[in-house]
Design a protein around this ligand. Structure first.
Ligand SMILES: Nc1ncnc2c1ncn2[C@@H]1O[C@H](COP(=O)(O)OP(=O)(O)OC[C@H]2O[C@@H]([n+]3cccc(C(=O)O)c3)[C@H](O)[C@@H]2O)[C@@H](O)[C@H]1O
Ligand SMILES: Nc1ncnc2c1ncn2[C@@H]1O[C@H](COP(=O)(O)OP(=O)(O)OP(=O)(O)O)[C@@H](O)[C@H]1O
Ligand SMILES: NC(=O)CC[C@H](N)C(=O)O
Length: 629
């Protein structure tokens, strides 16, 4: 389903040195996961014998009973295509190895040995095991099966899945084997662990797994043994987690007395696309591997994954201050560089009482604060036209007065009427000419005033407007330096809301936030906004969602539609489709505006600057993007 695969990781209740009991339990978990439509289930290191069996590893009986139990597991697994990855001890060329076995449909498809054996403090693995770091291109015989054995194994189905395996300490080493596995094509890494609990260790471990999934651009699935393994001085908590490209999708509650299995729907299509676009991947050199074929993964019937409606907005309220300060700092420092470079202490900015110009003003104000410049150097212009309402105008004036910047009023109605006359345009025809004459009149005033004052014009257009081309070419589209061009509308609102912490402007900002978004270019009755942007081009929250998945993950429109339908219960699929259609058409046809964009600050991973992130021909066709189910 759109490149999603359900993967599980389990922390079973383990009885030390009791393989038959442990396998019984593993079989129950597999039954359950088969019903849950999981494709692969990971278990911890040495989960059949128990990791802490100590010198019992040196007794023949433990190995025999492990293999007997393993045989039972193989028999039971015959009926499903679900894969189990379990930890076993293997005897090869008269040496013992700590290994992972990959089991599917009654067969062991491959066995991967551990490379790095911890042998310090509470760990004593070299007393029993040998490192498998040099084992490549080997096969071993176990339970009458000839099984590929080595650290050179990857497992792949005919679709998106290719996985590799490492074992506990491998990840903590200088060169985790998963690095090369990823370079060789593994997009999922499984780690079977026995990692004990020490104060602070769990957060380090989670950080390690998360970071590895980000660096390797993969899914990283981890399972460490639970409390049943605790013995003498060493306590295990059962930390298991599933990460994808730096995010934790699921994790266990540690110290459970019961079996714990978690699962997540991993987006491998996204991971694969991200790799195609990661230049360091291209520069990394693959090595020889043996790729073992696995039967196709189970198809999931319904996605079970949280899809964030507002991907540009942080969902953790605790980070709000930090994120907002960071963004406005980046904006302010872009402007600081430009002002100090041209040796000017003046800017001109059109203030409408809308969200965009409000944020641009606040970011400019911050730059002036940092530079210790006189705030009067910020020349704010209100330019009422045919559609301006007293609400937006008075908010604009109050905001500027409270901040103590210079404020001027230059109406544009007469100028626009003169231009209609010169053009031979009937002022009663409220078409695109009627709208754009006003938008361009404003820009002309701002630019000319900048010349007069020795200032630059601050651009206010945001990333969502730039994506949709919702601006007037060479009107509000143009400026000398653009402050919001890297910030989508959903984030603009979030930032303006953040600034309500400043008591003196709180009430004004709240009213700006509650004003419908509008270009105010069309005349109104009784001082009420007549042109609501979102009822014309669609809700910005949807457009930002489309933009994010389209650019960040290169998602196809059909997948964007599917994800939006999952995320937004408040819109019908048909509504989403209608707005997605508009998004695609506008995104393609409006590239000519982006190709002539002024310099502007990049603040997030997504930008549409033609000099940096997005280089698309203005003449590309969109038809191939419109085939929505
Ligand atoms: N591929 C291409 N390459 C080069 N030029 C191309 C072109 N496609 C059209 N054009 C030309 O560009 C013109 C279309 O662009 P443009 O003149 O900008 O006009 P257009 O995009 O049609 O109109 C601007 C729209 O933006 C809205 N707006 C304006 C200002 C502020 C806001 C806001 O809410 O923030 C919204 C306004 O309501 C209106 O719907 C065409 O008439 C044609 O001359
Ligand atoms: N009445 C006005 N007075 C001064 N400048 C204006 C006026 N209307 C528009 N502008 C300028 O044109 C820009 C684009 O107008 P638009 O209405 O899209 O922006 P906004 O009102 O700031 O934000 P939003 O689009 O979020 O409502 C504004 O940011 C502002 O710089
Ligand atoms: N089993 C292991 O390899 C444990 C070693 C590892 N550093 C840990 O504590 O997680």
């Amino acid at each position: 389903m759109y490149g999603f695969y359900r993967i599980a990781t389990s922390v079973p209740k383990v009885q030390i040195a009791n393989p038959s009991k442990n396998v019984e339990n593993i079989i129950e978990i597999l039954e359950e996961e088969n019903k849950n439509e999981s494709s692969i289930v990971l278990f911890p290191e040495l989960c059949i014998t128990g990791y802490t069996a100590g010198d019992l590893f040196l007794n023949q009986n433990l190995l025999d009973s492990q293999n007997k139990a393993l045989k039972k597991l193989l028999q039971k697994s015959e009926k499903y295509s679900l894969i189990a990855i379990v930890g076993i001890v293997v005897s090869f060329e008269h040496r013992l190895f700590n290994c992972a076995a990959v089991i599917q449909r009654g067969k062991i498809l491959g066995i991967v040995p551990k490379s790095y054996l911890p042998n310090k403090n509470e760990f004593y693995e070299k007393r029993y095991f040998q490192s498998g770091i040099r084992i490549k291109s080997k096969t071993l015989k176990l339970l009458n099966q000839e099984i590929p054995f080595g650290v050179d194994l990857l497992f792949s189905d005919e679709n998106d899945i290719t996985f590799g395996i490492e074992i506990c300490e491998d990840l903590w080493s200088i060169l985790p084997p998963s690095n090369q596995m990823a370079i060789n094509g593994a997009n999922m890494i499984f780690n079977l662990s026995a990692s004990n609990e020490l104060v602070g260790k769990s957060s380090y471990r989670q950080e390690l797994v998360k970071t590895q999934s980000a660096r390797l651009v993969c899914a990283y699935i981890y399972s460490s043994c639970g409390v049943g393994e605790s013995s003498s001085d060493t306590i295990f908590g059962g930390d298991a987690l599933i990460c994808e490209y730096g995010s934790i999708l699921a994790k266990t509650e540690r110290f459970s007395l019961d079996n714990q299995t978690i699962r997540a729907d991993i987006d491998l299509e996204k991971v694969i696309w991200l790799r195609n676009h990661e230049s360091y991947f291209g520069d990394s050199i693959p090595t020889e591997v043996r790729v073992i074929k696995i039967a196709s993964a189970i198809k999931i019937s319904k996605l079970n994954r949280y899809i964030n409606k507002h991907p540009f907005v942080p969902y953790d309220e605790k980070v709000k201050k930090e994120v907002c300060e960071e963004i406005t700092n980046i904006q302010a420092h872009g402007l600081i560089k430009r002002l100090t470079h041209i040796n000017s202490k003046k800017v001109v900015i059109g203030i409408s009482g809308g969200l965009d110009s409000t944020l641009a003003l606040l970011a400019t104000y911050k730059a002036y604060e940092i530079l210790n410049y006189d705030f009067k150097g910020i020349i704010a212009i209100t330019m009422p036209g045919f559609g301006t309402t007293s609400r937006t105008k008075s908010n604009a004036i109050k905001l500027c007065e409270t901040l103590g910047v210079t404020i001027k009023e230059i109406p544009i109605s007469d100028i626009s009427l003169k231009e209609f006359e010169a053009l031979g345009h009937d002022k009663n025809i409220h078409d695109v000419t009627y709208e754009n004459v006003q938008a361009r009149a404003r820009t002309s005033i701002l630019m000319n005033l900048a010349n007069k004052e020795g200032a630059i014009v601050i651009g206010t257009g945001d990333l969502s407007e730039i994506a949709l081309g919702w601006c007037t070419y060479n009107g509000d589209h143009m400026s000398m330096y653009s402050l919001n061009s890297g910030i989508p509308k959903t984030l603009i609102s979030y930032l303006v809301e953040y600034f309500t912490y400043k008591n003196e402007i709180k009430e004004i900002l709240i009213d700006i936030l509650n004003t419908p978004i509008s270009p105010e270019l069309l005349p109104h009755d009784s001082d009420k906004i007549s042109q609501e942007t979102e009822s014309i081009i669609g809700p910005y929250e949807l457009h930002d969602f489309f933009l994010y998945h389209f650019l960040r993950y290169g998602a196809k429109p059909s997948k964007i539609l599917f994800l939006a339908d999952e995320a937004f219960k408040e819109y019908s699929k048909n509504e989403i489709k209608k707005w997605l259609d508009i998004f695609i058409k506008r995104f393609f046809t409006q590239q000519f505006k982006r190709n002539a964009m002024p310099d502007g600050v990049k603040v997030g991973t997504i930008s549409l600057s033609p000099r940096a992130d997005w280089r698309m021909p203005s003449d590309a066709s969109f038809e191939e993007w419109l085939e929505l189910p």
